[in-house]
Structure formats: C-alpha cells, structure tokens
Design a protein around this ligand. Structure first.
Ligand SMILES: [Mn+2]
Length: 328
C-alpha cells in the first residue's frame, strides 16, 4: 500500500523496526544518493544502529563529498533486514538487484509507476510507502518523513537533501521548481546546508579531460526542424582519455539552442550502436519516442539505445521526432 502522504503505518515501520536496507536506483545521481544518505543519517538519529545503504553502480565522483557517502556498498548483505526501503525508484528492477531478503518493503519516491501489470503486482506486496509525483525530488519526500518522525535536521542531513533537490530541479530551474521545493530548500539552508559549497562540488568540478571531450562533442552540433543534436564517438573518448561517464549532462547543451523543441545526445557505445539521451523543452513528449525504440524515461527526459550506423540511427530518430512535433 502506498499513498501520496506520510502515513502513520509508514512512520511506525521506521519507529518499531531495527534493521534497514536502503536502496537507490541504477546509475544513481544526486537525488538517489542524497536521499538514501539522508534517510540513513536520519534513522541513525532515531537510534537505529543496523543500517545499510546500497547502490548497484558507483557513487559519481562529484557526489563523493556528501556526508557518509563512504558507507554506500554495492552488494546487498546476504542476511535478512526488517525493512527494505526503495528510494527514488518504485520497482526492484530499477535498483539493479534481483530481490531482497525481507518481509517489509517500503517505497519513498516521486516517479510515475510503470504501466505494466508486474508493477501493480509488486506494489500490492509493498508494506507502506509514499509515491508523490508532485514532489520535485525523492529528497523532498525524505524530508517530510524525517520531520514527521521528529528527527532534527542538522547540517549533514540538510546537505544531502539540498543536493537531492538541487540536482532534480536542474539547479532550481526546471518546472518542478515549485514553492514546495523552494520552501524545503529554504529550511535546509536554515538547518546548515551551504548552497555555494554544494554548487561548487556539483557544477564547478568537471575533470579537465571531460571538458576537452565536451569541446569535441560540441563541435558536432547541428540543428534541423526544431531538433538540435551533438554526438560523442568512441574515437573522441580515446582521444581525450575519457569514458561515457564523462558525458552525463552533455544533452543539456543542445537543449540550450534558441528555438529548439527537442535536444538529442548520441553517445556511441559500440561499433554500430548508440545510446540516445532525449530532452524536450515541453511541447514534445520524448518518452513516447524513447519507448518506441525500446527505451524509457519521462515526458521531458528520456533515453534509448539504437543499433546501426550514426547516419541510420539519426535518420530513424529524426523521423520519429518530426512526427511527434507535428502530432503535437
Ligand atoms: Mn529523483
């Protein structure tokens, strides 16, 4: 059973149990890592000693400054936990792990549920949780849970949650920058989160080679029919001694082009294979486009993988985008 509000059932689960496994999603970003850590630090303050945070994939370099980021492990311990908390995701699949040994599953998230029946069946097995799709970040939901549990929010927790909100609102710029997310951020700053310190860690911290790679990729910028795109090839990775992890937010650049509706980043990940990141400025639902190629995501941000030469891949996706823009 999940709700959009903090339920007493959920709060009692935290109060009455003693061992907790906290799990974020694959390819974690600031909301996943920050929210998991904030929940772990909060539960510690509640007197819980047996807390384990896991992420299948590594903590990104620019998030290692987060308090207690070193506690994150990459494999679930074999023993059983009283409660397993999925944070910033709402299916076991999204965690990248097979399944967890527990009798009580909790979800703290803000994503729309997957449409399939499997998701529904899983949700029925969930003991309690909050899925608030109006929340800007899972961090906002974690903040609500911690304050409902009367856990004092101090600097470390505030830093983790502020980072979560900062990332998911794109630095307080996206449409989820609501009075609710700003109010929460305001309270976090009052509690000791330091915006400029966090901003420097997140946004002013690109490795030198990563910026060189961006230069090469930006040089491929083109636009047509309301679409702007850039490409990063395996050649470019080799030339700059970088990996695909160095182009996390490259798709943000073609999105900045004036007059563009859809931005695409083509990242080569094999001789004839490309991973696509699609972004919409609001009019086009890029999730539908991504799904039609076997991918997924949100209406404004999604991704997929397409096999073929760069020209073939581009032609295929441009046709789909053109149709989507036309349909409206
Ligand atoms: Mn999130």
């Amino acid at each position: 059973m999940t709700t959009t509000k903090t339920s007493s059932k959920l709060l009692n689960l935290f109060r009455k149990n003693s061992s907790f496994l906290i799990v974020g999603h694959i390819n974690p970003e600031g909301d996943s890592i920050g929210s998991c850590l904030a929940l772990a630090l909060g539960l510690r303050k509640l007197g819980k000693k047996d807390i384990c945070v896991i992420s299948r994939d590594p903590v990104p370099e620019n998030l290692k400054f987060l308090p207690s980021s070193g506690m994150i492990r990459h494999k679930p311990p074999r023993r059983e936990f009283d409660v397993v908390c999925l944070v910033d995701c709402n299916t076991v699949e999204r965690t990248g792990f097979k399944d967890f040994r527990t009798k009580q599953m909790v979800i703290i998230d803000h994503h729309v549920l997957p449409a399939d029946k499997a998701g529904e069946k899983f949700l029925k097995s969930v003991t309690a949780g909050i899925i608030d799709t109006d929340a800007a970040a899972a961090g906002v939901v974690v903040y609500r849970v911690l304050t409902a549990l009367k856990i004092p929010i101090e600097e470390e927790i505030a830093t983790c949650i502020y980072t979560a909100i900062l990332i998911d609102t794109g630095g307080f710029r996206y449409s989820n920058t609501s009075s609710d997310s700003l109010k929460t951020a305001c309270r976090l700053v009052e509690a000791g989160a330091r915006p400029w310190n966090i901003t420097k860690e997140i946004y002013e911290n690109i490795p030198y080679n990563g910026l060189k790679l961006l230069g090469l990729s930006l040089a491929t910028l083109e636009r047509k029919n309301g679409i702007a795109w850039i490409t990063a090839t395996t050649d470019m990775f080799a030339k700059t001694d970088t990996t695909s992890a160095d182009c996390e937010d490259f798709v943000d650049f073609p999105r900045k082009v004036k007059g563009v509706e859809v931005a695409i980043f083509f990242k080569q990940d094999g001789a004839d294979s490309f991973k696509l990141s699609l972004r919409s400025k609001g009019r086009v639902n890029v999730q539908k486009i991504a799904i039609s190629f076997g991918g997924g995501g949100h209406a404004a941000a999604s991704g997929c993988r397409i096999k073929g030469s760069l020209k073939d891949v581009q032609n295929k996706v441009f046709r789909a985008v053109k149709k989507a823009i036309k349909d409206g």
